[in-house]
Write a protein that binds this ligand. Structure first.
Ligand SMILES: Cc1cc2nc3c(=O)[nH]c(=O)nc-3n(C[C@H](O)[C@H](O)[C@H](O)COP(=O)(O)OP(=O)(O)OC[C@H]3O[C@@H](n4cnc5c(N)ncnc54)[C@H](O)[C@@H]3O)c2cc1C
Ligand code: FES
Ligand code: FES
Length: 489
């Protein structure tokens, strides 16, 4: 049994054996280490002022990703390398090329958001040699600037990639081999337990140890990417005890490519999951850029997006439309069920005490399948779904609907199929008349709510229009009409 969390902070080895289970990395950096370059803006993963990099070993390589320190718990950092903005400049004060580019392009006005922007740009600089405009914008989706506008910041990213200096100037490139050698022995198969007063933090050494921990503590809070749970703490001030961290478990990090589909471990982040899914199912690749910002995508997991049972999670509707299955595990063994059957009611899933989500199997759509997913939000980037529709259609030889699966988020208490609409479409010709005639069936399938994201009427109308959009995109409708439908939806 082990009783401490170990990680590297900038250049220093850290060992913590006294730690509150929900202590955030941001509080640890600012209050305990006085590393005040990392700022607190929103404390909910939206603004990016708290961005740091976290490096971890994946398949023997060291990968750095931007994350939000405000909603990341220190307990999730075992065997990682945390890099803050203080680590970038040389000891003689020479700025890192990314920092210098921000100065040269006048990319900083208030200064408060600047360290977060620098860290996001630095993450991009490390991962992408010559980023294009879209890649730069994507890397900055999770950083909000309220004064200058983004143009000088984007210019700084372009400038630094044009004049990319030698990697020898970079603090992380220079120390890569050393950091790998120091992280390697920290990885262990022992379960770590830290007790502080009545609070307990558990880092299981393996998936079977996790199953045992949850059998002993069925009410424990499982934490994967903490992009939901982090907000329970920072916004709702909830006290969680005990807390079980799972994001380090390599068995939950696997992506297995099979002949008929992909198996994605529950601990795979959005970034890695959608990169793999997008290669096999291109129609899904665009959705990733609409989920959170880069930091949230680097933390949030597919398992968390399913296990939280949210009616507005973005991955369940397309996965349901594809016919995905979820695999649950406990000490009693494993069982698989169709993802759509996992969601029973608001806040209620088919998950027994002690069970956790182990993986999800995503079948590839057959060649004759038309598949599409549409996410509707108030703001294009970094916004939560008002309505999300996913469509999986097979037409027969004469153009009639042979099979169709439609699933929506934001329309009911759970992600839900449009069973009545589907039934009315089967066997009918795939025409505008048909999709217009089935519109009333949406009122049978869905009774959406009004909230601050959208009214019930808006949601219902949007869902009906998305079916029309799908029809226009899959039919021989004139190009102008297709473009019109896409712009409107
Ligand atoms: C700024 C911001 C933007 C966001 N934008 C989006 C968005 O656009 N679309 C979207 O869908 N979501 C969005 N989210 C929500 C969040 O990112 C997702 O719900 C995410 O998938 C949750 O995964 P996680 O690993 O962070 O889960 P956690 O927060 O760690 O856990 C969430 C819940 O799932 C449970 N859990 C996690 N993993 C397992 C497991 N393997 N087995 C059993 N239980 C488990 C936890 O106990 C908890 O109840 C956003 C969040 C933030 C902060
Ligand atoms: S403080 Fe705003 S994302 Fe962390
Ligand atoms: S430079 Fe800080 S908000 Fe714009």
């Amino acid at each position: 049994m082990n009783d401490s969390i170990r990680f590297i902070l900038n250049g220093e080895d850290i060992t913590l054996s006294n730690l509150r289970p929900t202590e955030t990395l941001l509080d640890f950096l600012r209050l305990k280490r006085r590393l005040t370059g990392t700022k607190e803006g929103c404390a909910e993963g939206d603004c990016g002022a708290c961005t740091v990099l976290v490096g971890r070993l994946i398949d023997g390589g060291l990968h750095y990703e931007s994350v939000n320190a405000c909603i990341r718990f220190v307990g999730s950092l075992h065997a990682t390398h945390v890099v803050t903005v203080e680590h970038l400049a040389a000891q003689n004060g020479t700025l890192h090329p990314v920092q210098q580019a921000m100065v040269d392009c006048h990319g900083s006005q208030c200064g408060f958001c600047t360290p977060g922007f620098i860290m996001s740009l630095y993450g991009l600089w490390l991962s992408t040699e010559k980023p294009n405009r879209a890649q730069i914008e994507k890397s900055l989706q999770g950083n909000l600037c309220r004064c200058t506008g983004y143009e000088p910041i984007v210019k700084a990213a372009e400038l630094v990639s044009e004049k990319r200096p030698s990697a020898l100037f970079d603090p992380l490139e220079k120390t890569r081999a050393d950091i790998i050698a120091r992280l390697w022995p920290m990885q262990s198969h022992d379960t770590i337990t830290i007790t502080e007063g009545e609070d307990r933090l558990i880092v299981p050494g393996s998936v079977s140890a996790l199953a045992q921990v949850l059998a002993d503590e069925p009410k424990a809070t499982v934490v994967a990417g903490s992009t939901d749970v982090g907000l329970w703490v920072t916004k709702q001030m909830r006290r969680l005890n005990p807390v079980v961290f799972i994001n380090h478990l390599s068995e939950l990090q696997r992506i297995t490519i099979e002949d008929d589909g992909l198996t994605i471990g529950a601990g795979v982040t959005y970034s890695r999951a959608f990169a793999a899914i997008g290669e096999k199912i291109p129609a899904l690749s665009g959705l990733i850029n609409r989920i959170g910002g880069e930091q949230v995508r680097n933390m949030g997991t597919i398992g968390g997006n399913i296990a939280n049972g949210s009616p507005i999670g973005d991955s369940p509707p397309p996965l349901i439309a594809l016919g995905a299955t979820v695999r649950l595990r406990s000490v009693a063994g494993t069982r698989s069920l169709l993802l759509e059957d996992f969601f029973i009611d608001y806040g209620r899933q088919d998950r027994n005490p002690g069970e956790f989500v182990e993986s999800i199997f995503v079948p590839y759509p057959a060649e004759d399948v038309h598949f599409a997913v549409y996410k509707i939000t108030k703001r294009r980037d970094e916004d939560i779904t008002a309505v999300l529709g996913a469509f999986h259609l097979v037409l027969d030889d004469v153009g009639n609907v042979a099979d169709i699966r439609i699933a929506f988020g934001g329309m009911a208490a759970t992600p839900k199929r449009a069973r009545t609409v589907e039934a009315e479409l089967i066997g009918k010709p795939w025409t505008e008349e048909t999709v217009t005639a089935v519109r009333p069936a949406f009122d049978v399938d869905y009774k959406p709510l009004t909230d601050w994201r959208a009214t019930a009427e808006y949601r219902q109308l949007t869902a009906k229009n998305l079916l029309l959009r799908f029809y226009l995109e899959t039919s021989g409708a004139p190009q102008e009409l297709k473009r019109f439908a896409m712009a409107e939806a």
